[in-house]
Design a protein around this ligand. Structure first.
Ligand code: FES
Ligand SMILES: [Fe+2]
Length: 376
């Protein structure tokens, strides 16, 4: 009765979900770390976390030390956060760096593009150079990165195809939102802690089937029948709604993105970008979610709301922003008991991965299928 991966790869009406081991087994968690997260384009931080040139943010992503930097040209660059001399961690806490990134151990210093600039006393006291130390070869190790809808994605292994190629269908589907985004520091991000494997948060986000029972308030505005499935084999999945209602305060609403087609007047879409990023787009704001897997049964969910226009982030919109913040926070909190309940359910050894609704669970099966294909 226990499921295996070949059953996940069947057509949905015959398929089982992923085996329990993908949620509770440490060795599978470690394999998934390499195969699904380090080998793909994973979200690790938000662009709003490093708003100014010179901002540097250290991140420990599943034990891998990263340094996310906004260089002097305003571009995001990501390095392994390790000095090329003796392997010391370079930056321990978020800071703004005006000059160089200086290692606290022996003061080797790198510019914000990762080039090694200074190696004090490397050739002996007072000798800051040595013929065997070629600075050109000793820059920081760069990690491939890109920014999309406010999320900084990295491909740690360096083996993935370019982000734009992997996600070309998503980029074209949502090209109308690929613009400057605006963020309000005071009321636009929060973190939820989930006692579950990171994949359960992806699976739950993908589908609208649970709406009537888990999100009764949302279901009043946007009902189950107002939703449609989104699924792109081996790429992404999610759901859309035909009934997005803007938050309103005495007739005041947020500003829209420029040039949107009429589809978005009342439409919204919610897509899981595999492996660990969840995105939602609306005419006046988007939100981006990064699922940070901490261990096989614990995940930190980082949420950031970005607005379409700078005006929407100003003080005159603070009341409206508060409402929007509370709305999304309460909706996302409503999902916690189901992802945690499913996690506990994965400890029942007779569970066979479950049977999907052939109509309602396509997006979830699409994700399981992607995971299984990477493993088989
Ligand atoms: S380890 Fe960084 S300078 Fe020595
Ligand atoms: Fe939900």
């Amino acid at each position: 009765m226990v499921s295996d991966l070949s059953k996940v790869d069947l057509p949905i009406s015959k398929a089982n979900g992923l085996p329990n081991s993908h949620y509770v087994d440490e060795s599978i968690f470690q394999k998934e770390k390499e195969i699904l997260l380090f080998n793909k384009w994973s979200g690790v931080a938000f662009s709003k976390d490093i708003p100014n040139n010179g901002d540097a943010l250290p991140i420990n992503f599943l034990g891998f030390p990263l340094l996310v930097v906004r260089n002097q040209d305003g571009e995001v660059v990501v390095f392994q956060n390790i000095c090329r001399h003796r392997g010391m961690i370079l930056v321990n806490e978020k800071k703004n760096i005006r000059g160089t990134i200086r290692c606290p151990y022996h003061s080797w210093s790198y510019n914000l593009d990762g080039n090694l600039r200074a190696t004090p006393h490397v050739g002996g006291p007072g000798q800051n150079a040595h013929e065997d130390i070629n600075k050109k070869e000793l820059g920081l190790t760069k990690i491939n990165s890109t920014v999309y809808l406010g999320v900084i994605f990295v491909n740690i292994s360096g083996n993935a195809e370019p982000f734009e190629k992997v996600n070309r269908n998503l980029l074209s589907r949502w090209c109308e939102f690929d613009k400057s985004l605006f963020y309000s520091n005071t009321d636009s991000s929060f973190i939820l802690e989930l006692n579950c494997n990171w994949k359960l948060a992806v699976e739950n986000y993908c589908e609208s089937y649970h709406l009537p029972w888990v999100h009764p308030e949302l279901n009043i505005i946007s009902k189950l029948e107002d939703h449609y499935n989104i699924q792109e084999k081996n790429e992404f999945s999610g759901q859309g709604s035909y009934v997005y209602r803007q938050i309103e305060d005495e007739g005041k609403v947020f500003y829209d993105f420029d040039g949107l087609s009429s589809k978005w007047n009342e439409g919204a879409e919610y897509i899981a970008v595999y492996p660990n990023v969840l995105l939602g787009v609306h005419r006046d704001h988007i939100f981006s979610i990064i699922l940070e897997p901490i261990n096989k049964e614990f995940t930190r969910e980082h949420v950031a709301i970005y607005y379409a226009k700078k005006e929407s982030t100003e003080a005159t919109f603070s009341q409206l922003r508060k409402q929007n913040f509370s709305w999304w926070k309460s909706v996302l909190k409503e999902d916690i008991f189901v992802v945690e309940g499913m996690q506990r359910g994965r400890h029942g050894k007779f569970f066979d991965g479950g049977r999907f609704s052939p109509i309602m669970d396509g997006p979830t099966h699409n994700f399981h299928n992607w995971v299984a294909k990477e493993f088989i």
